[in-house]
Design a protein. Structure first.
Length: 410
């Protein structure tokens, strides 16, 4: 029988060495593969957390986010961008915000990544840390004081057509025939269907006739809409206050950034129960309510720009107690020294020729009212509106004045 040759110890050792090397190489390649896979997963997780932080920081300084909501919005946005497992592995979230003129936010996070091969690739969880910073647009803070003529003449019809129709409707009114100055005053006119209008303003509204107070209120709503858009689009932060001018200057709305509250005030604005219009005297009271400051009114949070918007027909009278006539330019000059702009919206009288009160008090000074109001206003800040459409346009122009153009100091 033929004998098989015996393998030498050297060949057996060589084969064992090859097997060892192959196993070691396989393990090495496996380890490298696992390590590479883990690095990819860690990188992906870090990118996810960083994307969430970026979104949170930007949301905090967005124009739609209120100053007092910045931190809350940042935290909510961060968590909304995480997967459930990522949220569970989050170990810390720090949000720092600054609500000054240029809003800033910092979002810092700390999380853990649990190894795909615990105790092999790493002894424990891998820390993932990072931060995101964002800056909003530079904001301009503006304080706008509305001075609204509340005298009886703002109850006159808004245009000649309304005047003529209202005159016809009030022809038999023994108290306020022709609806001259006091269209909002009580009346005893009974119409054909036996309805009794408490006021001739009520009579006008019942017949779809717009009075000057109505058009003024509609126009102010346009201004508020424009300001709301500027708050979002132009980073303007408006606050408004309001006063009524009649026999006295009366503060009716304190300074507020709540535009809906201002809308509600405008909707409820009514004329004074007194027929007097002491325009220059009331404006002097308003002047004294404007804070005197040595600051430059730059538009920062602690140094806002200040605007006064005066809406009036420019006529002052008090049935013989004061001389009828236009506004005093002296008080206007003093107001302009305290604000960035004094904007005047001139709502002229619809002429009431033939009415005894108009003929006696207004007609002799009628042509002086416009020039006096133009001199009262800051440069390029006088707007005259003869018809409702022009008044609406005027308030759109005002919105641009206070939000988009450089503010004047005189």
């Amino acid at each position: 029988m033929q004998m098989q040759p015996r393998q030498s110890p050297t060949r057996k050792n060589e084969r064992g060495a090859v097997a060892y090397i192959f196993t070691a190489a396989a393990l090495l390649f496996m380890a490298v593969g696992l390590h590479t896979a883990q690095l990819g997963l860690i990188s992906s997780e870090r990118a996810s957390y960083q994307a969430a932080a970026d979104a949170a920081a930007l949301a905090a300084v967005s124009a739609e986010t209120g100053d007092d909501e910045m931190e809350t919005v940042a935290r909510r946005t961060f968590m909304a961008n995480l997967q459930p497992a990522q949220a569970r592995n989050l170990k810390g979230l720090e949000v720092t915000v600054d609500a000054s003129q240029e809003r800033r936010s910092i979002v810092r996070f700390a999380a853990e990544f649990h190894s795909i091969a615990p105790n092999v690739l790493s002894p424990g969880p891998v820390a993932i840390n990072g931060e995101a910073r964002a800056r909003g647009r530079i904001r301009r803070f503006v304080d706008i004081d509305l001075w609204l003529d509340a005298s009886a003449s703002m109850g006159v019809a808004a245009d000649a057509a309304g005047r003529d129709r209202l005159r016809a409707l009030s022809a038999n009114d023994r108290d306020h025939r022709n609806c001259a100055f006091a269209c909002h005053m009580p009346t005893r006119l009974t119409v054909a269907d036996n309805q009794l209008y408490a006021t001739s303003m009520e009579r006008a509204h019942a017949h779809g006739i717009k009075l000057r107070i109505d058009v003024m209120k509609d126009s102010l709503q346009i201004l508020l809409t424009e300001l709301a858009e500027a708050r979002t689009e132009d980073a303007v932060v408006p606050r408004l206050s309001a006063a009524a001018l009649g026999n006295h200057w009366t503060r009716q709305l304190n300074l507020t950034g709540d535009l809906e509250a201002v809308r509600a005030y405008v909707r409820g604005f009514t004329l004074s129960s007194s027929a007097a219009s002491r325009l220059s005297r009331t404006m002097a009271t308003g002047r004294d309510a404007i804070p005197v400051t040595t600051q430059a009114r730059r538009g920062t949070a602690d140094d806002p720009q200040r605007f006064v918007i005066l809406v009036t027909d420019g006529m002052q009278f008090d049935w013989g107690n004061i001389s009828p006539g236009p506004i005093s330019t002296e008080v206007c000059t003093q107001i302009k020294q305290r604000v960035n702009r004094l904007i005047v919206v001139h709502v002229p009288y619809v002429r009431l020729d033939g009415d005894s009160a108009f003929n006696h008090w207004v007609r002799p000074v009628y042509d002086q009212l416009g020039p006096a109001l133009q001199a009262c206003a800051s440069p390029n800040s006088y707007l005259k509106a003869d018809i409702p459409a022009e008044l609406h346009t005027a308030f759109r122009q005002i919105a641009r004045m206070v939000t988009a153009t450089p503010a004047l100091t005189q």
